[in-house]
Every structure is written in structure tokens, then in C-alpha cells.
Ligand binder design. Structure first.
Ligand code: BMX
Ligand code: ZN
Length: 331
């Protein structure tokens, strides 16, 4: 007997969240309930990233097939595959137009075509944080909200904007790269070519790097310092970690204030692995935002954690299958 509760009457889709570090794949129903999940590393020496995405999808489809067969004695059709991926996605083509050095060699991948050919199912591909916004609109803090911003603090920093009820894609799908808002025009160089980008201060990668630099300046060498350890040490009152995190909060406060001034949103959702630090992190961000935003524009703005933390990207990836089934494209 499987421990999975399988509903023979529900329709299911595959959701895949491709981040700089992990690929999370799962089977999700139309209400965003997760039936099963699988997580693998995005980059491993022996396979290219598109092949690893296919591996993750094969794994969840195989497990779903045996679960469905156990429950019903027959195979059940999946409705489609939805992908949310790091990188700048040409969302009508479903291809990766460009990817920063966080996923080397990924740019140019015709992901939608590859998955359609391999699995024979309808496929939707969008940026990872654009699909996170879909989860928030459908299930989370964005329900009934017409103006919503999402920021995901992960391996990189990603963003999405829903404005006047519409997910903003820009000319071909690259809109919402909030991680590359510069918060210091003379700051450290960024993988995108600019300087002082929010991502340098608020991503897991950026936090870990700045903590290692800070310790090195103090004559301390800790080779494997990561963002989680840095956040834990900040919560414990460690002075070096507190300095690093103070910069993180200032950078976030500055970027979010600019976003509020640009978009006049009602809700700002903060997700990604770094945001799993929880309430303490959120209240520091809120404080920094309040210091830097015009009072009239700050009034009523809600800064809130992402629905179901790190799984919300995968859920939103799958939700595309129902959200866009009629039009064939995002709205
Ligand atoms: C980067 C950029 C964004 C992405 C964001 C969060 C790439 C490969 N990534 O700024 O497209 O949304 O990181 O990505 O160009 P994650 O890896 O933290 O999920
Ligand atoms: Zn940048």
C-alpha cells in the first residue's frame, strides 16, 4: 500500500521548479495540493541541466504511474507539465533566452520543445518567480490582490510583478528581474554585468560570499561557510554575521522601497531559501523598507512570507497547466 492519498477523480499535472541549486519536481492537483515530490541537484558533472530536468520529470511520472495503478488498476493521464525556471525565459517560445553564470550553458535551451518531444504532454515554461506569483495569486497572500510583487531570495534573487491584475512579462518574458536592481552603483560587480545588484547582498550565494570575505578580513578562514550558518549566527547575535545581515537588510529595504515607489503594490511576498529564516528576517526587512519609503506609499503595504515556503515555485509551475489551458498563453 502506498502512503500517498490518490484521488481518482482529480486531475493532476507535473510541476518543475528549476533553481540554481535544486530541481524540485512534483505531482500537483488543480487546487495546488502536492501528491508527491522529488528533489535533485540542478548541476552535476556528468549531465547537462536539461537532461537533469528530464530525469526529475521521469522520476515523478514513474512514481505517479505506480501510485495511480495501485489505486485504480490502470494508468491515469497527466494534464501537462509546467516549468518555472531560473533564467530569462522567452515565455511564448518556452525557451531559455539567457541564463546568468549561476546556471552556466543553460541559455538557448528550447526547454518546451525538449519536454514535449520526450513526454508527449502540453508544456508551459516561465521564469521561476513568475510562477511563484501564480501560486500566491491562486492560493497565497495574493488572492484577490490586483497589485502584487514577489521577491525570491535563493541561489540568486528573482522577482515578479502582478500589476492591475496581470502578470508582467515585458516584451518577451524578461520583466521582473528584481535581483538586478542596483542598490549601489559603485558596488561589487555582478554576473549580469552591472554593479551593486540586490542579488550580491540578498541571495544565499551573496550572503555566503560576503560572510567569507568578512571573516577573511578578520583573519579567520572558514572554507564552507554558507548562508544558513550566517543567518543562524546572526540570530545568535554573532557580530560578523550581524554586520553581513545588516547590509542584506539595507539592500533589501532600498530595493523594495524603489519597487513600492515604482509599482504602488498592496502586497509584497518574500520567498526562497533565505526567507525560511522566518519572522525575524521579515521584521528587519519591514523596518528597513519603512525607513526608506514615502509614508503615503507605505501605508497599507503588506510584506509577507511565500505560501508553503520553498515548494511554492513547484506548485505554481504546475498551476500554469490549468491557468493557461484555455488561452494557451499566460494572461
Ligand atoms: C537570477 C536569475 C533569475 C532567477 C533568480 C532566482 C539566472 C540563472 N537566474 O537572478 O532569472 O529568477 O536568479 O533564481 O539568470 P534561483 O536560482 O535563486 O531560484
Ligand atoms: Zn546583476
Amino acid at each position: 500500500m502506498s502512503h500517498i492519498v490518490f484521488d481518482a477523480d482529480a486531475s493532476y499535472a507535473v510541476g518543475v521548479d528549476v533553481g540554481g541549486t535544486k530541481i524540485n519536481a512534483g505531482i500537483v492537483d488543480a487546487r495546488g495540493e502536492v501528491l508527491l515530490t522529488r528533489s535533485i541537484a540542478t548541476q552535476a558533472a556528468e549531465r547537462e541541466v536539461p537532461e537533469r530536468i528530464i530525469l526529475a520529470v521521469e522520476a515523478v511520472i514513474a512514481e505517479f504511474g505506480s501510485t495511480a495503478a495501485e489505486a485504480m488498476q490502470e494508468a491515469v493521464r497527466l494534464k501537462g507539465i509546467g516549468v518555472g525556471t531560473a533564467g530569462q525565459v522567452d515565455w511564448e517560445q518556452g525557451s531559455i533566452r539567457y541564463s546568468s553564470g549561476l546556471i552556466p550553458g543553460y541559455g538557448g535551451t528550447p526547454l518546451k520543445r525538449l519536454l514535449q518531444e520526450r513526454f508527449g504532454l502540453p508544456v508551459w515554461v516561465d521564469n521561476d518567480v513568475n510562477v511563484l506569483a501564480l501560486t500566491e495569486r491562486t492560493l497565497g497572500a495574493g488572492r484577490g490582490v490586483s497589485n502584487l510583487l514577489c521577491l525570491a531570495l535563493g541561489t540568486g534573487v528573482g522577482g515578479a510583478a502582478v500589476i492591475d491584475g496581470k502578470l508582467v512579462h515585458g516584451t518577451w518574458g524578461g520583466a521582473g528581474e528584481f535581483g538586478h536592481l542596483s542598490v549601489d552603483f559603485d558596488g561589487p560587480p555582478c554576473v549580469c554585468g552591472s554593479r551593486g545588484c540586490l542579488e550580491q547582498y540578498a541571495s544565499g550565494t551573496g550572503i555566503a560570499k560576503r560572510m567569507a570575505d568578512k571573516l577573511a578580513a578578520l583573519g579567520i578562514t572558514e572554507p564552507a561557510i554558507d548562508a544558513r550558518t550566517t543567518v543562524d549566527r546572526w540570530l545568535d547575535g554573532d557580530p560578523a554575521a550581524s554586520e553581513v545581515m545588516r547590509e542584506t537588510f539595507s539592500a533589501l529595504g532600498s530595493a523594495i522601497a524603489s519597487l513600492i515607489h515604482t509599482f504602488n503594490p498592496e502586497v509584497i511576498v518574500i520567498g526562497g531559501g533565505v526567507a525560511e529564516a522566518g519572522e525575524a528576517l521579515l521584521s528587519e526587512i519591514t523596518r528597513e523598507v519603512s525607513r526608506r519609503t514615502m509614508p503615503s506609499m507605505l501605508q497599507g503595504v503588506k510584506i509577507t512570507p511565500a505560501y508553503r515556503g520553498n515548494w511554492s515555485g513547484m506548485i505554481g509551475a504546475a498551476l500554469q497547466v490549468w491557468a493557461y489551458e484555455k488561452t494557451g498563453t499566460a494572461s
